[in-house]
Design a protein around this ligand. Sequence first.
Ligand SMILES: NC(=O)c1ccc[n+]([C@@H]2O[C@H](COP(=O)([O-])OP(=O)(O)OC[C@H]3O[C@@H](n4cnc5c(N)ncnc54)[C@H](OP(=O)(O)O)[C@@H]3O)[C@@H](O)[C@H]2O)c1
Length: 248
Amino acid sequence: MKRVAIVTGSSRGLGKAVSRRLSSDGVRVVVNYYSNQEKAEKVVAEIERDGGEAVAIQGDVTTEEGADRVVGEAERVFGQSVDIVVNNATGPQPELSLDEVSWEDYLDQLHFSVKAPLLLTKRVMGGMKHNHWGRIINIGSEVVGLGNAEFSNYVTAKSAVVGMTRSWANELGAFGITVNAVHPGFIPVERHGEVTEESAQGYVSGVPLKRLGKPEDIAAQVAFLCRDEGGFVTGQNISVNGGKTFGV
Ligand SMILES: NC(=O)c1ccc[n+]([C@@H]2O[C@H](COP(=O)([O-])OP(=O)(O)OC[C@H]3O[C@@H](n4cnc5c(N)ncnc54)[C@H](OP(=O)(O)O)[C@@H]3O)[C@@H](O)[C@H]2O)c1
């Protein structure tokens, strides 16, 4: 039987590449989105054009109602339980100094990095335990290794992903469920607008592999972890950033 994956926030950016890549591995994919139905439907159409199976499901995964509905719809549409969750969705990521930042700014980021993954994992893990097979992939960030100044709201929330991933891996391993985090480097996507040659060079000069990452670099790592052959990897925090940080 084919696996079913939910990729949160996959109407664009890295999630879109992950959805497309999982589909090319034969996975039935839920393209979750928040506001951009047209873009999500376009991702579904691209997957279907390539012979895959996908459905666009709207839902705010930072709310209990939204997370519950996304999983319920996925189960209804595909007629089977969810095997893979890629916790990728993100909202605005304001860069704020300690003078500017508030606890609410921290919570805004924690809702995406911790609350949404928690709600979804609690909702799907019963089915995964029953099947003795499951994959949870949390998308972190290289900022965890860099500790960027004036970005502590985001850095803190992504840092929580590191320990959360290890703890869940320890708890769920006996049930055949692996839990890993993939930490991307800076990968220009549409929300970054136009990235000038100058700013790209500034970043690339600190990257051992001397290039910017592509969404496909993240998708390939996620896809490996989701396959049967990736099944002996759990609790790991894997940096996919050309070596700019050597793990977290
Ligand atoms: N790109 C990078 O350079 C980079 C680097 C390090 C880490 N990351 C991490 O990688 C992940 C993806 O980043 P990205 O740059 O690809 O993001 P992005 O292009 O801004 O896409 C964000 C996605 O999240 C969705 N979304 C927003 N709020 C949501 C909600 N409440 N519920 C469900 N979905 C929601 C958006 O849906 P709509 O389109 O419908 O609004 C969109 O599909 C994030 O976790 C980010 O922190 C990215």
